[in-house]
Design a protein around this ligand. Sequence first.
Ligand SMILES: [Fe+2]
Ligand SMILES: [Fe+2]
Length: 293
Amino acid sequence: MTYEEQIERLISISKKKPLLPESFVPWDVPVLQSESFLPDELISLHGLPEFDQLTPYQKREVSRHELVQVMYSYAWSESLLCLFLNRYILSLKTRQVEYRFLIRELIEEFRHQEMFAQAIEKLEGTALTPGRLQKIIAKFTVSMLPHDITFMCCLAIEMLADRYGDIVRKSPNIYPVVKKLLDLHGIEEARHILYTKLMLEKYTSKAGFIKRTVYSYTILLNIYFFRSFYVKEQIYQWSGIQNSRSIYKKASRNYKKNFGHSCLEDIIGFVTEIKGFNWATRWAWRVFLKASI
Ligand SMILES: [Fe+2]
Ligand SMILES: [Fe+2]
């Protein structure tokens, strides 16, 4: 299949099989006491002795707040992506296949943002929003950086969301609203990821050592940046856990290790594919993301 044919196929699936969050997600299903929001392996304290000392209520509360953080950070990254894509499509012609695909992607990403916001409300969550510096960095990234770098940033977050969502939705006993929402997101993100990889091939196939190093660091920094939204001291206070400051420090270190182990597989696969691991990057992936490479 040619590049155009592959993208035409993605457009056609998006049009013929649209997944609407309002009908696809069973919003009215109440949450049962036996259901959880996150599998244990994704809870920040998992693996620490403190995890076993949590009451079932505290464990559930931590998982609820941490899932809210994850969903908020995806919705925020999607808003940024939309900002970038709206600017990017101005440079395309309306009959171009990229233009037509990106319009579909924008439609889907707007629906995702609404869906995540609704889910946060359903979970009665309060998202802890990014700080001033994080907002400045994010805005700079989507408005000033070259297109290939920005697409690489988007791809990093989409692959991360995809992997994380896969772990949650394939776990037993997850609250059905969360599971279905992640099913929907997984299906649509798979198309976005495929498109972004295809279009980036134009850049990665002819990239030399320096460009591959830049791409590798772009992905690394994005993952590092977004990982920082997941574990927050406030969550332990909200969940009624004593010594939240010291718990936060331990959990933060612990989560980095767990995250490196559970969430990086697909991303490492992609960076390997584009030959992004070399003497200049490999150490940083090990040190900053605890990647086993
Ligand atoms: Fe999305
Ligand atoms: Fe996406």
